[in-house]
Design a protein around this ligand. Structure first.
Ligand SMILES: [Zn+2]
Length: 619
């Protein structure tokens, strides 16, 4: 199984609670013995996703997504099975074996692989780089704490009123002046030069050799959502024109999808439903220091769709905080695109001009900051208001209709960048009609017209990840195969009845075969595997959803032994019929005649107008 020992997969599964894992992505409410929440895999506002802590599985009754914790992570974060195992192993603190070169060469670069990945420079495996990052954190902390080396950095920290506790929590460190401080220390720690290059800690000289990238900077380790250090940001303490500097893209670090502080802010974002996005490291740190723990920051880039997708996993609303509404005007168009393209509520919050969130918190306190967030303006309303103001300023307030057209054109243009079509989604019609005063129908018609014109040039890319439900096939034979799996998933003790008669090959190819192989292997092993174990044995998300569906359907139908016997008879009979066809021989063994008789009976029992069995008419 893709490079992992099954024991390790089992160990990761046992150390992972699916309720915890899913809670990190959506809020779950307890309902009886299960938990329910709003499914993130289809558009909904009713809670249709069920999580069963006993079986360690989830299931959405609306879209059919289902599986175990691995499948949830695969679907949610669009990861391969091995990458999901790796992610959950990291979360559970289980060390996976080092990556083998063969796995790397096969193109499987792990969870955070990035397209910009440069094969030569980044020739390092993520586990190794993660360890080096941890070492660098220690090295930087040591510098900050050293009485002489760290004196100037500590003075700056004090001047920014970053508390000792914050320094500790955020792992703040210091990269001192000089060209080879880290280089030398790393050498002593047996970290090779090419590894430092791959991690972005040193820069190659044209004349050969390397030098430290971060010099005289206060350093902020950047964690991914699982708490793993993936990169670093440094703020200059001198007069370097580059005030902030980040790690380059590495096998672990992808700036456009990474948010500073997300790991610390995640829970508060889930419980409050709101993510507050500020600009700098110190803004995030100060917000948390003041108890506003849902603050995160982009890493020197503007807010992207990738960031929105990332935050949408945790909260339904995003508030971007700016240091003045002038900065906000520039950001509004971009924010409008992101909010319409990514199906997320976005608001803009404004601080008094010239104050960053850090200054503002220190000067005015947490309540004032919360008020800024609470008073944030919806980005679509903001855009409209600016347009109205603009028209008024120019004294050209003639045609309200013209204004509305102009506005809707802006909205339609923003929608173009989106991954889905918010018009047909009904998401914005109401909001727009409230803003513009047009009826909802008029608004939609207009938008559809404009969007249609634009679509001819570049189409809406609708690429929401969806679970393709498995086609189990039609007819009695397909039903029989399905029955066998339904029964074994619920009553693995009956495997003895199946073992001698059919093997996984009886299930053809594709998803059913994948499931059958996992079921047969585990049943033949210790005899009574739980659904969760069978889930851990299938890699595709389709198979995962199918396993949960089969297990649930099977449980509802019950009557295991009888159904299994009937099903096996059908499969035997079908095989015999196929053989007969193949051999063109009229001779049937008594056993097969009996099987065919039973099939005949079952066809009449299942009834003539059962469309599922329509295919059996020619049998
Ligand atoms: Zn769903």
């Amino acid at each position: 199984m893709a490079g992992f020992d099954r024991n390790i997969v089992a160990q990761v599964q046992q150390s992972t609670d699916i309720v915890d894992v899913i809670s990190e992505h959506l809020s779950l409410d307890k309902k009886g013995r299960e938990y329910v929440g709003i499914c993130p895999f289809h558009q909904d506002h009713r809670p249709s996703m069920y999580v069963n802590p006993t079986k360690q599985i989830f299931k959405c009754f609306a879209c059919g997504a289902g599986g175990d914790a691995f499948k949830f992570i695969q679907l949610r974060e669009n990861l391969s099975f091995p990458a999901a195992v790796e992610r959950l192993a990291g979360r559970a603190g289980i060390k996976l074996p080092e990556w083998s070169p063969s796995r790397r060469r096969s193109g499987n670069m792990g969870p955070d692989a990035h397209e910009d990945y440069d094969g030569e420079v980044a020739d390092i495996d993520p586990t190794r780089l993660s360890r080096i990052n941890d070492w660098v954190v220690k090295y930087l902390k040591w510098n900050l704490n050293d009485e002489q080396v760290g004196a100037s950095a500590r003075k700056y920290v004090d001047s920014r009123q970053i508390s000792g506790e914050s320094v500790k929590t955020w792992g703040i460190g210091f990269a001192p002046e000089g060209w080879d401080g880290l280089l030398k220390a790393a050498g002593k720690a047996k970290i090779a030069e090419h590894e430092l290059l791959a991690g972005g800690f040193v820069v190659a000289r044209d004349s050969g050799g390397v030098y430290d990238k971060f010099r005289n900077r206060l350093m902020f380790p950047i964690a991914d959502v699982g708490g793993r250090i993936v990169g670093f940001g440094g703020r200059t303490l001198g007069d370097d024109p580059a005030k902030y500097m980040n790690s380059p893209a590495t096998v672990l670090f992808d700036k456009s999808n990474c948010l500073y502080g997300l790991e610390a802010a995640r829970r508060e974002i889930v419980s409050s439903g709101t993510a507050v996005v500020v600009e700098g490291y110190t803004d995030v740190i100060m917000a948390h220091q003041f108890g506003c723990c849902n603050a995160v920051a982009t890493l020197g880039t503007s807010f992207t769709a990738g960031h929105a997708r990332c935050l949408r996993r945790y909260g339904k609303q995003i508030v971007l905080v700016f240091d003045s509404d002038i900065a906000g005007v520039e950001a509004a168009n971009r924010a409008l695109e992101v909010c319409l393209g990514e199906r997320i509520d976005m608001k803009l919050g404004f601080l008094p001009q010239g104050q960053d969130p850090c200054d503002f918190l220190l000067g005015s306190g947490a309540d004032a900051f919360r008020e800024v967030v609470a008073n944030a303006v919806d980005v679509m309303e903001f855009k409209w208001q600016r347009l109205v103001d603009g028209f008024q300023d120019s004294g050209n307030l003639t045609d309200r209709r013209g204004l509305i057209e102009e506005y809707l054109r802006t909205v339609a243009r923003a929608m173009q960048s989106g991954r889905f079509d918010p018009i047909s989604d009904g998401l914005i019609g109401q909001k727009l009609s409230r803003i513009t005063g047009l009826s909802e129908g008029e608004t939609r018609d207009y938008l559809a017209r404009v969007a249609g014109r634009m679509e001819r040039n570049s189409s809406f890319a609708v690429k929401n990840q969806q679970v393709v439900s498995v086609d189990f096939g039609q007819g009695l034979h397909a039903m029989a195969k399905r029955d066998v799996l339904e029964v074994l998933l619920n009553e693995p003790g009956l495997f003895g009845e199946v073992a001698g008669r059919i093997g996984p090959d009886a299930f053809g190819g594709g998803v059913l075969r994948e499931i059958a192989e996992s079921v047969f292997r585990l049943c033949a092993g210790d005899g009574s595997p739980a659904v969760g174990e069978i889930l851990a044995g299938v890699e595709s998300v389709e198979a995962g959803s199918a396993v949960v569906e089969l297990a649930e359907e099977g449980e509802k139908k019950g009557n295991y032994r009888q159904r299994l016997c009937d099903a096996l008879d059908v499969i035997d009979g079908c095989r015999a019929a196929a053989n007969r066809e193949q051999l063109k021989s009229g001779d049937l063994t008594d056993e097969n005649t009996e099987a065919l008789r039973k099939i005949g009976e079952m066809i009449s029992r299942t009834g003539g107008d059962n469309k599922r069995n329509a295919g059996m008419r020619n049998f």
